[in-house]
Write a protein that binds this ligand. Sequence first.
Ligand code: SAM
Length: 269
Amino acid sequence: MINSKELIKEYGIKANKALGQNFLVDESALAAITELADCGGKKVLEIGPGLGALTNELAQQADKVVCVEVDSLMCSLLEKTLAGHDCVTIINRDFLKVKTDELHSLLGDGFIVAANLPYYITSDSAMKLIDSPLIIKRMVLMMQQEAAEHFLASPKQKCYTPVSIIAQHYFSVSEKLRLPPSCYYPEPLVHSSVLLFESRGLSYDSAFSRLVRTAFSMRRKTLRNNLSPLFGKDALPKLLESAGLDQGCRAEELSVSDFERLLEASREI
Ligand code: SAM
């Protein structure tokens, strides 16, 4: 196993806080995440490989590992730590700026994502993959517990947002592990979670996220108010009725399947 803490000392590196560089050093957590990724013979995308501790595990099983790392210093060290793994492609870029088409041409359909996400782009990087036409079989994402709560939230909870609904529409999301700060070097201030996203096999439809985001545009307003720019005021009573929803309901009260029914009903008006 690659021990990031030892490498940091050996190379005299200073972890870059602004880039969310908290390296996973707990061997059993690394093994558990690799097992969850279950990437034997598959193509894998890793965001933020850092010094390659997780990449090294994934590369022993996967057919191909594409990793995107923004820090050039990490990339030059990765060339050394991962030497011998011909299946690894390192891309030295900001993941948020890599085009979806480019990811598709490198990884095809049905790939796996595994990452210890940098905290400052957790939601943006996960949503870039979730709310996209990419066909992803499974994702194992490590993130701060507070961010994880958004992906797991249920109706009426404070952290139930469009992120929760869009993620749970395309994936079955579950928490598999909780990791204390001592699993990382340097230690972060907060606990982390490992979430497993298993594809529900639905085709991508940009109308779903448009509907959900518009429904939440003013959180305290009713669905009828928020959705009137999308469907017109007059159509809404009938639309809500055919979706089996209360006329005075708010977006935060609706389940993922309520939104799915609402989208279906909107196609018939
Ligand atoms: N995978 C390593 C591990 O588990 O030990 C490192 C994880 S560390 C939490 C996050 C990594 O993401 C760092 O290596 C950091 O440089 C990289 N990173 C930060 N921002 C990024 C971005 N916008 N695009 C790609 N990588 C980024």
